[in-house]
Design a protein around this ligand. Structure first.
Ligand SMILES: [Zn+2]
Length: 59
């Protein structure tokens, strides 16, 4: 398995075979950061979704 660079701490890590698309190492701090970014993205997507919903229901 090829080493990857963690998106949070920038250190190289080896992804688990079960999760080859992993972009954060297993450090608890980095896992927290991963969740935080995921939630941020989710909120953004939700906002887009709500926005779309309002627009489409108006027409
Ligand atoms: Zn990390």
């Amino acid at each position: 398995m090829e080493a990857k660079i963690c998106n949070a701490c920038g250190h190289p890590f080896t992804p688990r075979p079960q999760n080859p698309n992993q972009t954060y190492c297993t450090d608890p701090e980095c896992q927290r950061e991963r969740r935080r970014r995921w939630q941020q993205q989710k909120r953004r997507e939700d906002a887009d979704y709500r926005d779309n919903d309002v627009r489409t229901s108006k027409t």
